[in-house]
Design a protein around this ligand. Structure first.
Ligand code: HEC
Length: 470
């Protein structure tokens, strides 16, 4: 802090004038941080006005200072606060975080008296967050409280603002608002992919990235609608059969987007939760719709290389690439070989495949044709630490080689080994059977994967790998 003050007094010109309010905010913040986690009778008076400061970091520091004091000292003041929207909202949020069930009723009343239409966008988010905290932290709620929250918030949904709507639907589903389904289900059709981030437009004009960005945008999951489906999954009562069907039809469509393995898992869990909340009669009628929502994405059916293959040597492959790679290569066949020779079992390309090894989509930006051939034909020559394999030795003396990770499965530890084979088969070994796991210098990527390929086939695969997904 002193060095900053010193610098300020010696600087001249615009920069220091601009820096001044910033620095004052910083000094104020440091002054408040003295009270963090410490009881001090001066804390409330010092922090309270700053609960309404225009600087978000300062408001936060003030709230933490207040929260560090016994709640009995400031509860009444929080509930009576009316002087400034931020000050009131932060005081109530502090009470939600520190209070008990007896505070729930007065907090809900205070929140309901705030004119949310007069708040700024970020204040309205804080107002909704305060409701969320009240219901979560000051629970249990009684039916009358849930009904009042529902009556207050339902008319505001949908607001048209994505962030507000996510909070609103979470709250409305939580309090089981009657009429929520009628408002929310139409929002699931038609499917609306996430808004592209601003940088994507610029990146799309870059010839090295354009293709990959276009592919990514086309496959962007409908994040806002997934948030709605996520909130509705636990709504038990009030569904019509059409609404149930529309819900599962949306999930079936949404799941087809390429969001990676965790996205698939997330969608799957939403479908199962929603299904669990259906009555037996509904389950019987919904078999078809649920079946579609549960269907695994169709695996790519690859045709095997025609050959004739050979034991590929690096120098020979490089020499052939020099003359043959620039010919009209068949990229569709390259994609096919990416699956047929096993690459997709360990690598992603344009959003397809697994992630045992590095994503290869932008390989063309980093690797020359020679580099790629070397990586394929002599995989253990350069092995990055991040992806190095390991040898797992079992107590019976047998060994398994591959990418080893420990994970919990139903309370017990399991070692999962993605074996260094063309089909990247996964072997699971219980913790009790493991003698030791040792890092290995060898790559998990097997050698000889492309030995079934002919000259033309190897060149098609190479061209595909260098295509950056265009
Ligand atoms: C069993 C899993 C596995 C299979 C199958 C596999 N790879 Fe790999 N690959 C890896 C791992 C792990 C690495 C990173 C560690 C290393 O450098 O060896 C890697 C690295 C690479 C690299 C270097 C990438 C970089 O950014 O450094 C290329 C290129 C590559 N693989 C291409 C392929 C191709 C083409 C195929 C199919 C013919 C294939 N791999 C099959 C696991 C696999």
């Amino acid at each position: 802090m002193p060095s900053r003050l010193y610098r300020l007094s010696h600087e001249s010109g615009k920069a220091s004038v601009k820096a001044l309010p910033q620095s004052i905010a910083r000094i104020e913040r440091l002054r408040l941080e003295v009270f963090h986690g410490k009881q001090d009778e001066r804390a409330i008076d010092a922090a309270w006005p700053l609960l309404g400061d225009e600087d978000a970091a300062l408001r936060h520091a003030a709230r933490v200072a207040v929260e560090s004091q016994p709640v009995a000292q400031w509860r009444e003041r929080a509930l009576a606060e009316r002087s400034h929207p931020w000050r009131q909202l932060n005081a109530l949020i502090a009470l939600c975080r520190c209070g008990g069930n007896e505070d729930l009723e007065p907090v809900l009343v205070a929140l309901s008296l705030i004119d949310s239409g007069a708040l700024s966008g970020s204040q309205r988010i804080a107002w909704l967050r305060a409701h969320e905290l009240a219901l979560m932290r000051l629970s249990p709620t009684n039916p009358s409280q849930r009904e009042r929250v529902a009556d207050l918030l339902l008319p505001k949904f949908p607001s048209g603002d994505d962030r507000e709507d996510q909070l609103l639907i979470g709250l409305l589903a939580h309090v089981d608002a009657k009429g929520l389904l009628d408002r929310a289900l139409p929002m699931l059709t038609p499917m609306r992919p996430s808004t592209p981030p601003a940088w994507a437009e610029i990146a799309q004009r870059n010839k090295n990235y354009g293709g990959a960005i276009a592919t990514m945008l086309a496959a962007m999951p409908p994040a806002q609608q997934i948030a709605i489906a996520y909130a509705l999954r636990n709504v038990k009562a009030g569904w019509t059969m059409e609404q149930r069907e529309a819900y599962f039809a949306f999930m079936a469509e949404a799941k087809k987007q390429k969001g990676g393995a965790s996205y698939q898992g997330f969608c799957k869990r939403i479908v199962e939760d929603a299904y669990d909340n259906c009555s037996d009669a509904e389950k019987a009628q919904l078999a078809d719709a649920v079946g579609k929502a549960r269907a695994e994405p169709k695996p790519f059916v690859a045709t095997q290389p025609k050959g004739p293959g050979r034991r590929w040597q690096l120098d020979e492959a490089k020499a052939i690439a020099r003359t043959q790679l620039q010919r009209d290569r068949d990229l569709q066949n390259g994609r096919n070989l990416f699956y047929a020779t096993g690459c997709a079992g360990c690598h992603q390309f344009s959003g397809e495949g697994k992630d045992v090894g590095p994503d290869l989509t932008s390989l063309g930006n980093r690797f020359s044709a020679d580099d790629v051939l070397e990586a394929i034909l002599e995989p253990s020559k350069v092995v990055s630490d991040q992806f190095a394999g390991a040898v797992l030795t079992k107590k019976d003396g047998s060994t398994v080689f591959g990418r080893v990770s420990r994970r919990e499965d139903g309370g017990s530890i399991v070692h999962e080994v993605v074996t260094a084979t063309a089909d990247a088969a996964v072997v699971r070994v219980a913790d009790g059977e493991v003698a030791r796991v040792e890092p290995a210098k060898l790559s998990v990527m097997p050698q000889g994967l492309v030995d079934r390929c002919s000259e033309a086939e190897l060149m098609d695969l190479l061209a595909y790998l260098l295509s950056r997904g265009n």
